[in-house]
Design a protein around this ligand. Structure first.
Ligand code: CO
Length: 211
């Protein structure tokens, strides 16, 4: 059996087990989705949204990219965000980073990596913005961990800066925003940041739109 064929084989097993446990499961799946959560996580293979939260298909709308970034020119992310907020009306958006993130590590180095430079450049801005705090941390691992946290908080703030979130908040049905960090060595998630709907105090006033 080829390596990838194992995936198809396991898929068949999973589908039949699901159908056995809940005969209406796939009928409900096919009828539509109404997830309460949008998960913006890292593309890292060790951070699967549903597996680590013990949720079922249909419960979390997911967007993942390298280092869980919210980049204001990223049409992919913006389309996901708009659909999640305006159509699915998710109640919570979580930006989920993880300690040991290769994307964050790359951004902290001076390595030249071609196209990847353009993506992790966004994380270098986080470093530059927090240089005083980061330079005061002498332990390299502690500094790396702190960068992962600062990056998550920065990306949550980037969500506040979107007209999509601000419009939803204005309409009174806006989502809570959360910053979470997954610890790969224990599988547990720490909550490090939360922003309530309507709270624009975390970002500079220049980012506020007249909506
Ligand atoms: Co990562």
């Amino acid at each position: 059996m080829k390596v990838y064929e194992k995936l198809l084989d396991e898929n068949k097993k999973w589908a039949s087990q699901q159908a056995e446990t809940d005969p209406a499961f796939f009928e409900k799946m096919a009828a539509g989705q109404s997830p309460d959560f949008l998960w913006i996580g890292c593309a890292d293979s060790r951070a699967p949204a549903d597996r680590i939260t013990n949720t079922q298909p249909g419960q979390i709308f997911v967007h993942r990219n390298v280092a869980n970034l919210v980049v204001h020119t990223d049409l992919n992310m913006l389309a996901v965000l708009q659909y999640a907020v305006e159509v699915l009306k998710v109640k919570h958006i979580m930006v989920v980073g993880h300690y040991g993130c290769g994307g964050v590590k790359a951004a902290m180095s001076h390595s030249e990596m071609g196209m990847i430079n353009k993506w992790v450049r966004n994380i270098k801005e986080v470093y530059a913005d927090n240089r005083v705090e980061l330079d005061a941390i002498s332990d390299e691992n502690a500094k790396f961990d702190r960068m992962v946290e600062l990056n998550v908080m920065h990306q949550v703030k980037n969500l506040i800066k979107t007209s999509i979130v601000q419009k939803a908040w204005k309409n009174g049905d806006g989502p809570y925003l959360h910053g979470w960090i997954l610890k790969l060595d224990s599988g547990t998630i720490n909550q490090i940041y939360e922003v309530a709907p309507g709270d624009l105090s975390e970002v500079d006033d220049i980012f506020r739109y007249d909506i």
